[in-house]
Design a protein. Structure first.
Lengths: 270, 290
């Protein structure tokens, strides 16, 4: 940890200084301002739409943060060859990778906390204006959803580290990460669809079913972290589900980062 | 002024007004573009669910807004509404997709029930939508209340109506009035009177101005019908027969003035003595191409 911390700190500082963050924050703020306009157009469920918009703004901005800032933080060291300077110190490659990941994790947590505060402020103000339309609103559920989004983004960042450990350019890492995110988000629905195709009147070959079932075990099921509907409608989320999802996230991140460390150890730098 | 600076400023002075002129013209032309039933296609719900990733709640909100904005845009300059049959189909499909993405979302159910039943007469379809909604929104009394009303008013099935209203009355926060209404429906018709009560309830909880305007117009029309129905009853009591023409009510002094139909139609007495309107409580179409 003593060796990881300086790398994590410098990665975090580098990330905070990245100008993309300003753009992403501006986008998030615009989405939150749009929240006032859109939710005001609803005739009944102002609270539901406000929560949807706020959580989506945080989730989308966080995703952009991982894709445009997180990936670059790792790639920059490789592209500018500054990695040699770090590896010349008594730091193993795995420690370097873990330090970087820790830095990106800190960056995600810090940025998401700020974004969540803005989102919560927008919700608070809308709630103040339409108190009668927030009857099923629950702050604990909204906060839980913010936390799940943060954990999901850390998992996506871990995947980007895995891809960065064996790809030669940051662009390929970016593409692989975005594909994994899309698969991870759609996996649950696709699996349900191919396993019961008769429900929507389509036919699916057994090979496709097998492929999807295999993918289900390989790719992360990111929809586990999506409790926006529950937060928007104040639907209960059991403590066992929360523990299960956190456990799933932590174990998946550990597996991915261990694999990334193993591959990165053998990586040849140009 | 420096020539190098003068030219760009001059160019901007010409292009900016041109931009606004072209924008308003193209917007108008775009509205007039011929559109067909093919445009009523809405992506199937499983596809929408998969492609919306973790933003399905937001996608549901956007689909609902799209339907709402579209419906609002069907108002012409003269305050008349022009909605074609395929446009009602598109509205239904969009609202259905919105509720497939988020079946807990109340607004699409409200909107579908408020518009598609009265105007498009898609009562069975809307009822199916509402049944789906009440499966998810177990705590909500509105959806069974709507289903009950639709069974009573549009389908003439008082038993089913009473059954759903009873179900609504058992939900938390439901007005005890629902139970009373259920027994009343099970006992006898009172179609117009109950419809007025129903609309007044909806008006109380609807914030959206477009929908409120629609409900208010409908309420005005129903109040006029109720007034005429009461006049017909008095007429029958005095003469022992139903009036043939609506003007007979004035001639006998039962009605001072025949109220105007806010939808632009004219009230008349049907063969069975019931009060009807030529607008059928739908906005009157003024041109052939509507």
């Amino acid at each position: 940890m003593r060796l990881l911390w300086p790398i994590a700190l410098i990665t975090f500082k580098e990330g905070i200084r990245n100008r993309s963050i300003y753009g992403i924050s501006l986008l998030a703020l615009l989405m939150l301002v749009a929240n006032f306009i859109v939710s005001d157009m609803m005739s009944q469920e102002v609270g539901k739409v406000a929560v949807d918009m706020a959580l989506s703004a945080v989730s989308f901005s966080g995703l952009l943060l991982v894709l445009f800032v997180g990936i670059n933080l790792m790639a920059k060291d490789l592209d500018r060859k500054t990695i040699y300077m770090v590896l010349a110190k008594p730091v193993s490659r795995a420690q370097y990778l873990m330090g970087k990941f820790l830095g990106v994790t800190l960056l995600i947590i810090a940025c998401l906390t700020i974004l969540s505060c803005f989102a919560a402020a927008s919700l608070f103000l809308i709630k103040l204006g339409h108190p009668d339309y927030f009857q099923r609103f629950s702050w604990p559920l909204v906060c839980l959803s913010f936390s799940f989004i943060t954990l999901m983004l850390i998992l996506v960042a871990a995947l980007s580290f895995l891809f960065a450990s064996f790809t030669s350019t940051s662009f390929i890492t970016f593409i692989l990460t975005i594909i994994s995110y899309i698969i991870g988000m759609a996996l649950n629905d696709v699996k349900a669809l191919v396993e019961a195709p008769q429900a929507v009147g389509i036919t699916v070959s057994p090979v496709t079913v097998k492929v999807v079932q295999t993918a289900y075990y390989i790719f992360p099921n990111l929809s586990f972290f999506d409790i926006k509907t529950q937060a928007a409608h104040g639907l209960p989320v059991s403590p066992s589900y929360i523990i299960g999802v956190v456990g799933y996230g932590v174990v998946y991140i550990t597996i991915v980062m261990t694999l990334a460390g193993l591959i990165f150890r053998k990586k040849e730098f140009p | 002024m420096n020539r190098g600076r003068f030219f760009p400023i001059l160019l901007l002075m010409v292009t900016i007004p041109a931009y606004f002129t072209i924008l308003s013209n193209v917007t108008l032309l775009n509205k007039r573009l011929p559109k067909s039933d093919e445009m009523s296609v809405v992506l199937p719900s499983p596809v929408l669910k998969i492609t919306s990733l973790d933003f399905d709640g937001l996608a549901s909100d956007m689909l609902y807004l799209k339907a709402l904005v579209f419906y609002g845009s069907t108002y012409s300059d003269k305050g008349q509404r022009k909605v074609k049959e395929w446009e009602y189909n598109w509205l239904y499909n969009t609202l259905k997709a919105s509720t497939d993405l988020d079946p807990y979302f109340l607004d699409p159910y409200f909107f579908a029930n408020g518009i598609l039943t009265w105007e498009a007469r898609k009562v069975p379809e809307v009822n199916a939508l509402l049944v789906k909604g009440s499966r998810y929104r177990e705590w909500d009394y509105w959806l069974p209340f709507f289903i009950g009303f639709n069974h009573f008013y549009f389908l003439g099935d008082n038993d089913k109506a009473a059954e759903y209203l009873m179900e609504a009355s058992k939900k938390p926060g439901a007005s005890p009035f629902f139970g009373f209404l259920a027994t009343r429906m099970a006992y006898k018709g009172n179609r117009t009177e109950n419809a007025i009560i129903f609309l007044e309830r909806m008006l109380k909880t609807t914030k959206d101005q477009t929908l409120r305007n629609d409900y208010e117009t409908r309420l005005k029309a129903l109040n006029a019908i109720l007034f005429l129905e009461k006049c017909v009853a008095v007429f029958k009591e005095r003469t022992g027969r139903n009036p043939i023409k609506i003007t007979e009510l004035q001639e006998l002094g039962v009605a001072g003035l025949i109220p105007a139909d806010p939808y632009g139609g004219e009230f008349y007495i049907d063969k069975d003595g019931s009060v009807k309107t030529t607008s059928d409580l739908r906005p009157m179409k003024k041109t052939k191409n509507n």
